[in-house]
Design a protein around this ligand. Sequence first.
Ligand code: BGC
Length: 736
Amino acid sequence: MKKLFVLAAFALLAVGTNAQVYQNPNAPIEVRIQDALSRMTVHEKVNLLHGQSKFTSAGVPRLGIRQLNMDDGPHGVREELEWNAWNAAHWTNDSIVAFPSLTCLAATWNRDLATLYGHSVSEEFAYRGKDLMLGPGVNIQRTPLNGRAFEYMGEDPYLAGEMVVPFIQAVQKNGVGCCLKHFVLNDQETDRFSVNVNVSERAMREIYLYPFEQAVKRARVWSIMGSYNLWQNVHCCHNDALLNGILKKEWQWDGTLVSDWGGTHNTMQAALGGLDIEMGTDGDGVTPANEFGYEDFYLADKFEKLVKEGKVPMSVLDEKASRVLRLIFRTGMNPKKVIGNLCSEEHYDACRQIGEEGIVLLKNAPVGKKKESSLLPLNLTKYKTILVVGENATRSLTKGGGSSELKTLKDVSPLEGLQAKANGVNILYAQGYDSGRALYDNVDKVELSKNEQLKAEAIEKARQADLIIFVGGLNKNHKQDCENGDRESYDLSYGQNELIAQLAQIQKNIVVVTFGGNPYAMPWIQQVPALVHCWYLGSEAGNALAGILTGEVNPSGKLPVTFAKNYEDYPYVKFGKEAYPGVNRQVYYKEDLFVGYRGFEKDKVQPLFPFGFGLSYTTFKYGKPTVSQEGKDWVLTVDITNNGKCEGKETVQLYVGNEKYATSKKEITRPAKELKDFVKLSLKPGETKQAVFRINANSLRIWDETAHGWKTESGNYKLYIGSSSADIKEVASLKI
Ligand code: BGC
């Protein structure tokens, strides 16, 4: 009755303007949806539910309801593709800014930069006429072999959740929707279309679902992409228990579930399993491939037939159509959607800033006998001849990688960035190794003899240099950091290990710079004084890197993922192939809650570089913490002082653990400590600021598998304040 009244009121409003209620931007969205639905035929409703091209789904042309324009993110707007094919459309106005990879954003530990990132990239989406950004992604980095880890935000669900919420809020404020990827458990690319993930309820809730839950409850994300893999032996794009049970009912999510491209497999399951828009299907096993069209999608004619025959209730269709209309009104038909802009100075600035704060300084030791001063920052003019070695110093790392590949207007390579700062110093370059650039092939076509020759050239040039900057790491080739294939080894490829070791023998002044979304083995680590890890830095790569190496910017990135000494140290590896990549298309997350640092700590294994670790050119002193209670919250404060010589930023981390688990003599059933808050402070030399953390019983909740719900256990909790997960400076406690 009330609904009717509201509808009538808005109908009256609309009469004056000659517009229909659903077109009235001042009418509440729910009223617009009901009005639009009441005017639509069954066929028009069904038409909303599936692709009409590679990256659009239909609106309702008869009613002037816009189609949904989607495009891949998350690091920038993907170039235009042909309407019906994966080929580039070769437009001349679709070049954009490539922003740093999400792993780099996570490494900034700076929520404000997540806002800046979301704001900037969504302006580019809006300008390109896009309503929906396919991204960001918050799958958990459980294995360092995951080909898509660079698109996600590391191994810790809390960090990922904290970074993704402001990102989504900033994007959606501009009237562009986020389509959060990939719901859920798409944590490996090997067998991604067919692997069924077996995971305990606790790990599912506390680790894998957690960042999605934050995005739904706090950022109210408008759409989510189902993942390719299966859970409980049902594909996640139409998994009733997951999508209807948890996402839509339990979390009360009102958004639109979009399938991953080709992730839909069955009409009845798609109808009843919580899918709203089917995208990218390229066959149904019945229709001949050359005749297969959009009307053959599972949620197209086949679905319409079921509805018309009464085999699927009309309410199911109406519900799906409402969710799609909601997304259209929130984005394409949102009067507040911005016009946006492309490649602005502000966007390049944002890109550089995020890159600078995400780069992690992993090692910085003095060279030779000069105990007092570390090799970095570099005064480039001090050197006569500098040799830059490595393919990543010149190749574009925005190309390749799969769906996140970007076509950029301009990129500054690491070599160009260093040249710009070198002030006339002679900079030599040697490629050193060749990756074959096998972007989409199944094998890296590396010619070994060619690599031997490139190595010899680099070594020859190294003898002339008094500083070497090696720029290598992973890249976006298939089976490196790339979709639809995991890495085959924890080692760097193409002979980089041997090359670095040999260069380090020739010249002690050597800085190793690596790119990549994943950790990797460093057998040469003792031989090199300085090491910097850059993830992927996007269009401003060279400028961001040069700023850090020369000390114009003080590094402040911290690892969002543990770097192990050996591959075998990762917590799941000891459980064999069943735990990764699976046997007979079943993978068992046997390490359970003990992903990343949680597992290293349990197994008492020292990582090479722990989660949360990152150096600075200055040093920080931690004061004594105090804990007080404010209503239901505990407030913990600690003074942090910059006691070094230059301005810098420190991310102070709060980990919490229930004492009974840390001291348990029996089998350890819960992590000793988990990240619960962090604060990034900017401090001038000599300056002191307070880091303030706030936690409550809800932050300490754990999943109870017997009651199938959350609970907070009573007992003594330890609060660990540290500069990384392994460098705990102070401990406080509280009792619940
Ligand atoms: C990827 C998605 C992507 C889609 C469209 C799929 O293969 O898994 O992340 O958005 O393709 O390009």
